[in-house]
Design a protein around this ligand. Structure first.
Ligand code: APR
Length: 258
């Protein structure tokens, strides 16, 4: 395994255009549940069609709103881990060399200091209106959430529009600009690091193939086999927080007290 780490370290050193594509596994060591890990994964405990679709929200807004409130509280209690910090530190030391694309909505990359994160599945901390504000019917003003929410999904008390979590639900389109920029970066990179994703959800997972077809090397960092392993030049069966700092050579220089 050591020579694999050395090989990938060399690829990173010589690549001028790198894309990191991350999934829930990069936040696992921060204590955020992934989706498909056996037992602990969200989808082992909840049914996505009951919680992560617009139909589910329209059917039972309170239940969906509560689930996302629970996820927000959970994420508010955790910190970015060494993997998030390594990517942020690398991008700071090597401006313009790393494009960070994430499927995660936990905001931990941003909290670790990564800027310009391409968040393909939105962000847990942002809400948006369930439907466009029907301003033409109520020209006097945009929708405003009712002040007292007391745990209910905030509503506009003029037109009844509801706020919903600003995340991408199954069957929904991804944010166009983020996806366009991610696709462009994947098609122009020399190296893609695919970190902590099962590679099951498209179009995000498809970016690895975009990179490979553009001639980039693909490296997978994951504690378990994934759907994308076959198209990888190298698979590192490691925890992200354990190996990223040394791979990116941004290990915090341990201060040796004189
Ligand atoms: N280090 C590296 N990889 C890890 C670690 C770790 N410490 N812990 C878990 N993993 C790996 C798992 O082996 C798995 O392959 O992370 C991956 C997590 O996969 P999923 O739970 O499927 O999460 P993700 O791939 O991000 O899901 C994609 O699906 O539910 C939707 O919108 C949701 O963005 C999510 C999308």
């Amino acid at each position: 395994l050591q020579e694999k780490l050395q090989q990938v370290r060399g690829w990173i050193q010589s690549a001028q255009r790198i894309v990191a594509l991350t999934g829930a596994g990069i936040s696992a060591e921060s204590g955020v549940p992934t989706f498909r890990d056996a037992q602990t994964g969200m989808w082992a405990r909840f049914k996505p069609e009951d919680l992560a679709t617009e139909a589910a929200f329209r059917h039972d807004p309170q239940r969906v709103w509560d689930w996302y409130a629970w996820r927000r509280e959970l994420v508010a209690k955790v910190q970015p881990n060494a993997a998030h910090h390594a990517l942020a530190e690398f991008a700071t030391r090597h401006p313009g060399r790393l494009t960070l694309v994430t499927q995660n909505v936990d905001g931990l990359h941003q909290q670790a200091g990564s800027s310009d994160v391409l968040a393909l599945h939105g962000n847990l901390q942002q809400d948006r209106w369930l439907r466009p504000c029907p301003q033409e019917r109520f020209p006097e003003r945009d929708c405003e959430p009712a002040t007292a929410t007391d745990g209910h999904p905030p509503k506009c008390d003029v037109c009844g529009n509801m706020l919903r979590p600003g995340v991408v639900w199954f069957g929904e389109a991804l944010p166009e600009i983020a996806l366009f920029r991610a696709d462009e970066a994947a098609g122009n990179c020399e190296l893609m690091l695919v970190i902590g994703t099962s590679g099951l959800v498209y179009p995000a997972a498809g970016l690895a193939d975009v990179a490979r077809r553009a001639g980039a090397r693909v490296v997978i960092i994951n504690t378990a086999p994934t759907e994308l392993d076959d198209l990888a030049d190298c698979v590192l069966r490691r925890k992200a927080a354990e190996c990223l700092p040394s791979l990116l050579q941004v290990e915090s220089q341990s201060v040796t007290m004189e």
